[in-house]
Every structure is written in structure tokens, then in C-alpha cells.
Write a protein that binds this ligand. Structure first.
Ligand code: TXA
Ligand code: MG
Length: 321
């Protein structure tokens, strides 16, 4: 199959209607989209990504009205869920809610809950509005690998496997949406992301359940977002003891290396130590260093407050053997 990169929204809508896959930009990362209500279309996502069937997908909604059609919002949490949706939708925010019959089991991997999100990306919004139905879309990478933040990244991952990648340049946030569930009046963070613990705690008590074995959120598998080059986390690049003949790449935070005797290649996440900029650059930097056939990539730990917690989460999973 020939994979085309373009900005052709009508072609994207047409392919979705025919039950085909298209890669679409969102404000977080590029997604691999299919008609969420058609099992066979959704099955193609799993095949194309080589994603295990036990890993459920996020359903993207055309608008708020679809929330009640897709999920059975629990009465006792209706108010809190409504307030969260008012505040964070459209945006990089996903809620796990009880699912309705209309959602095929393949989408939720047999769970009785469904993850829903409303994207703010103008191109995604335009396409889903024209399509006029819910779209299942995981990140457009092969399973376990680094999420794509440009159309070229998607091509590197899925060339020949999908007909169309809709290009809207690099994504704004660069890391995947925050995923929460509401449990006993509390907000449980299932995956850290652009909407932070601090922001959520204005609405209710927040508990972090990332990393627990019980949750079937394989974005939460200890090893994920992995480059093929080994990755190790360090505190400070200035103190890194390189071995003789070892080619090491650095993802820098505290130090602003331009060129260096110690490192074969360096990427700074943010020259101004801006966490938003660092998040937006993270996956690109990982990919670029991963392409250089290095022996090792080291990444400096970053402050784990606010958005930093989500970035550290990605780095820790990427460095897990
Ligand atoms: O920003 C994003 O969320 C991107 C863009 C494309 O929307 N999508 C994304 O999808 O990151 P994906 O499939 O790569 O990650 C979705 C995560 C997975 O870890 C999955 O296990 C979890 O959401 N998930 C989906 N449905 C769930 C459910 N019912 N309960 C718990 N976790 C769920
Ligand atoms: Mg993913």
C-alpha cells in the first residue's frame, strides 16, 4: 500500500467512512484513526500497530452530545464529570467511564468502561465533525514504541501500512493526554499528561494509580515509549563518566551543551527550562538520537512537578529494560 502525506481532509473523511485507517494530528500526538463503531475498522488498528488485543483504545467524540451516547455517565459522579468536561474539553484530557452497548467490545478490549476524549486540534475537529461519528484513535506508532509528534514520524512507523497521513506540522503538547477515572468522588490519574495533578486537585481529591497492576492501561506497562537504543536516566550530565569508545547521546535538561567531547550527540529539551517546551520536544529528541546507532542514550532527570511528572513518567518507561 502506498502511504500519502497530505492535508486533504475530505480524503480522510472518505477513508474513515469506508472503514479504512488514517493518521490524524491531535494536540497531543498523531493518532491512528478508525470508525469507532465498526469492529472491522477497529481491528485494522490493532493489526497495523501490532497492538495486543487486551489494550483498549481511546474514543474521540465529535462533540459533547456524543458523551451520553457512548458512555453511561454515573448519576453520583455526573456533576464532577460535567465540570471536568467543561474545564478541560476540548483538550488533552481523557475520561474512563462506563461504556454503552453501542461501543464494540474490540474498542474496550472487553472492559465495561470506555476512554473518551474530545480533541481541540482544529484539523482533527474539522474531520471528526464532517465524519459525524466517534473515532477510535491510539497513538500512530507501532506498539510499545515512541508516540509520533510529526507526520514524518508516523511515516517512519507505518509506511506502507496505511493509505493517508494528514499533516498539520508538529503537535502542540508532544505527550499523550492525561487519563483519569472518577472513583468514589475522587479523581484517579491513570496516565499522567498535559493536564496536571495540580490542575485536577481544584475539582476533587486526586489519587495517582499509575503503575498499579490492576489497571488495564498498557500505556502503564513499565516498559513503553521505548527507543531501540538503551536509555538510562542520570541526575547531571556534567558528572557522566563515559567509557572508552562508547558513543553516548544526551537528552539534556539542566546543562546547555552545544557540542561536547563526552557526548556523540546532544538534544536540549528546552533552552529556557520550560516544561511545556520540554514535553513538546521529548519524543522528537528520543527519535532523533535513536536514529544515530548510539551505544547508549542518557537523559537528565527533570523536576517532577506539574508537567514534569508526565515527562518523567515517559522517560522512566522508556528507560525500563
Ligand atoms: O493523547 C492521546 O491520548 C492520544 C491521541 C491520539 O488521542 N492517544 C493515545 O492512545 O495515547 P493510546 O492508545 O496510545 O493510549 C491509550 C491508553 C492506553 O494505555 C489504554 O490502555 C488506556 O488508554 N485505556 C483505554 N481505554 C481504557 C479503559 N477503558 N480503562 C483504562 N485504560 C484505558
Ligand atoms: Mg500509545
Amino acid at each position: 500500500m502506498k502511504t500519502v502525506i497530505s492535508t486533504d481532509r475530505d480524503a480522510a473523511v472518505e477513508l474513515l467512512r469506508k472503514g479504512e485507517l488514517v493518521a490524524l494530528p491531535t494536540e497531543t500526538v498523531y493518532g491512528l484513526a478508525a470508525n469507532a463503531l465498526e469492529s472491522i475498522a477497529v481491528a485494522k488498528i490493532f493489526e497495523t500497530k501490532e497492538r495486543p488485543r487486551f489494550d483498549p483504545l481511546i474514543v474521540h467524540l465529535p462533540n459533547r452530545e456524543w458523551l451520553e451516547r457512548i458512555s453511561d455517565v454515573p448519576e453520583k459522579h455526573r456533576q464532577l464529570i460535567g465540570r471536568l468536561a467543561d474545564r478541560f474539553w476540548p483538550g488533552p484530557f481523557t475520561m474512563v467511564l462506563p461504556k454503552r452497548e453501542i461501543v464494540p467490545d474490540i474498542v474496550t478490549a472487553g472492559l465495561d468502561t470506555v476512554a473518551v476524549r474530545l480533541s481541540a486540534h482544529p484539523l482533527f475537529a474539522e474531520i471528526i465533525k464532517k465524519f459525524d461519528g466517534p473515532i477510535a484513535a491510539p497513538s500512530a506508532n507501532r506498539f510499545g514504541r515512541i508516540s509520533p509528534t510529526t507526520a514524518q514520524h508516523v511515516l517512519n512507523e507505518l509506511d506502507g501500512r496505511i493509505p493517508l497521513i494528514v499533516d498539520a506540522g508538529p503537535t502542540e503538547y508532544g505527550i499523550e493526554s492525561t487519563i483519569v477515572a472518577v472513583q468514589d468522588g475522587k479523581i484517579a490519574i491513570l496516565r499522567r499528561g498535559p493536564i496536571t495533578h495540580e490542575q485536577l486537585s481544584e475539582f476533587a481529591d486526586v489519587v495517582s494509580v499509575t503503575g498499579t497492576a490492576r489497571i488495564s492501561a498498557p500505556g502503564q506497562l513499565p516498559s513503553h515509549y521505548a527507543p531501540t537504543t538503551p536509555l538510562r536516566l542520570i541526575d547531571n550530565a556534567e558528572a557522566f563518566p563515559r567509557q572508552e569508545n562508547q558513543r553516548v547521546g544526551l537528552i539534556a535538561w539542566s546543562s546547555s551543551y552545544r557540542n561536547s567531547q563526552v557526548f556523540a550527540a546532544v538534544r536540549n529539551l528546552s533552552d529556557n527550562r520550560d516544561l511545556r517546551e520540554a514535553a513538546a520536544n521529548l519524543f522528537r529528541c528520543l527519535r532523533e538520537l535513536d536514529a544515530l546507532s548510539l551505544d547508549l542514550i542518557v537523559a537528565e532527570r527533570i523536576p517532577s512537578h506539574g508537567l514534569g511528572a508526565a515527562i518523567m513518567d515517559r522517560l522512566e518507561r522508556a528507560s525500563h529494560q
